[in-house]
Design a protein around this ligand. Structure first.
Ligand code: NAP
Length: 250
């Protein structure tokens, strides 16, 4: 009897978990995407796209399809789905595991930390600056309060940022340090805005900024409701193995 597992993804971790579990006959996995990016690279496990209709919708989906476990491998800034996962798993009576990326160390980072995108936009100051925005397409609207800056916005898909002095650079990580340094120099970037997403695939820009003395404004993570968390994919596999053993009365 297989362990039926729903993975909430849209991240490298979700994809890697799918790859690790694809040929493991103990598990039957469904990987779920919100559908924010236009081009989903088909994963090696069955997948679905689109919201569930809130925590209740997710709970109903878990119950109706008979899932044994829920893994929240979403992005640290995807706060709504992570909160829904906690409520839905409890309501469906199945265990939940959250894959949490390590956080940056605030005190030792040398960055200016802010609590929100709005605060980051205000922190850019009254003088026009050349700003590299790496906060995700959905967060760019917050910079409408500071339209006087020249923004270079990196995003997976092209979009209209709705800012008068903005350009979109379409790219998908990982990014190499040399490329990031060259980009900051070529674009004469004076400030970098980022969020503490904890992804190694995009951390080279922070090293590049430090090397070039480009100040970084860093947005803190949203606070999520408590859940059992692990950082490493190996720990997810161990957790699943224990559930599988329990399901088979071992
Ligand atoms: P969010 O604000 O937490 O979620 C908004 C709604 O989108 C949720 O309530 C849910 O709709 C739906 N949703 C989110 N993730 C889903 C998933 N994996 N499968 C099915 N439905 C999902 O999330 P977000 O910040 O918009 O992020 C959306 C997705 O993009 C997430 O999967 C996340 O992992 C990925 N992502 C986010 C960021 C970021 O910076 N926020 C960066 C990279 C990747 P219903 O309530 O209708 O179920």
């Amino acid at each position: 009897m297989q362990l039926h597992v729903l993975i909430l993804g849209g991240t490298t971790e979700g994809r890697l978990l799918g790859e690790r579990l694809a040929h493991d006959e103990r598990h039957r996995v469904l990987l779920s995407y919100a559908g924010r990016t236009e081009r989903i690279r088909p994963p090696p496990v069955p997948h679905r796209v689109g919201g569930f209709g809130g925590a209740e919708g997710l709970a109903a989906f878990l119950r109706q399809s008979g899932f044994d476990a829920l893994i929240d491998a979403t992005h640290p800034f995807a706060a709504r789905i992570s909160a829904n996962a906690v409520v839905a798993a409890r309501s469906a009576g199945i265990p939940l595991l959250r894959v949490a990326r390590p956080k940056l160390e605030e005190a030792r980072s040398g960055f200016r930390w802010v609590a929100s995108m709005e605060e980051a936009a205000r922190a850019l100051g009254p003088l026009a600056r050349r700003v590299f925005l790496t906060v995700g397409r959905l967060e760019v609207g917050a910079f409408g309060v500071a339209p006087h800056h020249d923004y270079l916005i990196r995003a997976v898909d092209d979009f209209d940022p709705g800012l008068p002095r903005a350009r979109v650079l379409c790219a998908r990580g990982p990014f190499r340090l040399e490329e990031e340094q060259a980009l900051l120099v070529r674009e004469r970037i004076e400030l970098l805005v980022s969020k503490d997403a904890g992804s190694e695939a995009t951390s080279a820009k922070l090293v590049a900024a430090r090397a070039l003395n480009v100040p970084v404004i860093m947005v803190r993570r949203p606070v999520l409701p408590a859940a059992h968390e692990v950082e490493r994919l190996e720990d997810v596999l161990t957790w699943l193995a224990a559930l599988y053993a329990r399901k088979h009365g071992r």
